[in-house]
Design a protein around this ligand. Structure first.
Ligand SMILES: CC(C)(COP(=O)(O)OP(=O)(O)OC[C@H]1O[C@@H](n2cnc3c(N)ncnc32)[C@H](O)[C@@H]1OP(=O)(O)O)[C@@H](O)C(=O)NCCC(=O)NCCS
Length: 176
């Protein structure tokens, strides 16, 4: 898959080698420390993030999740996760998690390229719909609206970024 950045290529993976694990960990840590809404509140170290990454990679090895990586000139620029449903009633859709582009590369069309790769991978899996949530107050709904996502609800106070600082969680979906 190519994008506005001609050398950007998105690939869905069913397994992750140690070199890619290190790149995913560095990216997740850097994105979190730049204030990205991907499961942590800064500051974090790679040691803080590693248990969450390794749990994710276990689910990938079990076939429950796929990692979609975006590379530019062969270097990891961003990644996201497709989390497949275990329920037989929900196998026609999946949840997208951990959408991130490295801070040094944001604002160049790579987030759009990454999500296009996620959508292609989802279609290849026969999925019809995707769901994701975003933290309220980060302005991320605009990014997803540009990709066709529509809001269908908000859970007040779902995310406690700090004591006394609860944020709502916005639920979005797109038909593929
Ligand atoms: C959100 C994120 C993935 C977007 O990636 P990006 O490479 O910066 O985005 P792009 O350059 O591809 O932008 C694509 C479009 O979305 C728009 N956009 C990007 N971020 C936006 C935001 N926060 N609010 C509104 N619009 C936004 C861009 O203006 C662009 O619009 P255009 O196509 O009309 O020009 C990236 O900023 C990121 O990794 N953020 C930190 C992690 C995070 O919070 N992830 C979200 C988890 S739900």
């Amino acid at each position: 898959m190519t994008s506005a950045v001609p050398s950007a290529v998105a690939t869905a993976l069913e397994d992750v080698d140690p070199e890619l694990r290190a790149a995913l960990l560095a990216c997740w840590t850097d994105v979190s420390n730049a204030g990205g809404a991907v499961g942590f509140v800064p500051p974090v170290t790679a040691d803080d993030v590693a248990p969450a990454l390794d749990a994710l990679l276990t689910r990938v090895a079990q076939g429950r999740e796929r990692v979609v990586v975006l590379r530019v000139d062969g270097e990891l620029a961003g990644w996201a996760v497709l989390s497949l449903s275990v329920s037989p009633l929900r196998r026609h859709w999946a949840t997208v998690l951990r959408v991130q582009v490295h801070p040094a590369r944001q604002g160049q069309g790579l987030g759009r390229a990454l999500m296009t790769g996620v959508h292609d991978a989802a279609r290849d899996l026969g999925l019809e719909m995707l769901h994701l949530t975003v933290r309220g107050g980060y302005g991320l709904e605009g990014f997803y609206a540009g990709l066709g996502y529509r809001e269908f609800g908000r859970m007040p106070g779902a995310i406690r970024v700090a004591p006394g600082d609860d944020r709502e969680e916005v639920h979005l979906f797109v038909r593929l």
